[in-house]
Design a protein around this ligand. Structure first.
Ligand code: HEC
Length: 132
């Protein structure tokens, strides 16, 4: 009887440990996966090139570190985003991309990434897009 109880405890412990190990393995998000997701969900509107590309949304080069609503070549920002006072960091992007409308009511940005892993991967990719 007590052997069975020990076994149950181990099974329960293993069930709790497995997801923790997955989270640990996921601590450094895949930039390649992020790029693939971006190219599926985002680059129809957002360019990642120095010149040209889509202009439905602002250019993503140099996004991390710049104030929200500040890309000079994009003339169609919502008043809400321009007035948000946000600066794009890994943290603010994580919250924004979870639900743009919840973070910045009135934003024109229509796309969200509900999946935590995918969102972190896209942000890791965005952080590689430097201006120079
Ligand atoms: C249908 C077009 C469209 C798609 C698809 C889209 N966006 Fe946007 N995005 C916009 C528009 C328009 C804005 C400007 C929002 C505003 O002014 O309120 C924007 C703004 C943003 C901003 C703020 C940029 C800045 O300069 O302040 C980020 C970050 C962003 N989008 C990320 C993404 C990501 C990541 C995806 C893919 C998951 C995505 N967008 C998909 C249209 C789009």
């Amino acid at each position: 009887m007590s052997g069975f109880r020990l076994f149950s405890v181990l099974v329960v412990a293993a069930a709790f440990m497995a997801p923790m190990l997955c989270v640990a393995a996921d601590s450094s998000p895949s930039i390649e996966n992020g790029k693939a997701t971006f190219n599926t969900m985002c680059n129809v509107c957002h360019s990642t090139q120095k010149t040209g590309g889509p202009n439905e949304g602002p250019n993503m080069l140099g996004l991390v570190g710049r104030p929200a609503g500040s890309q000079p070549d994009f003339g169609k920002y919502s008043p809400a985003l321009k007035a948000s006072g946000l600066t794009w960091t890994v943290e603010t992007l994580d919250k924004f991309l979870t639900s743009p409308m919840a973070m910045v009511p009135g934003t024109f940005m229509p796309m969200l990434i509900p999946d935590d892993v995918k969102r972190r991967e896209v942000i890791a990719y965005l952080a590689t897009l430097k201006k120079e």
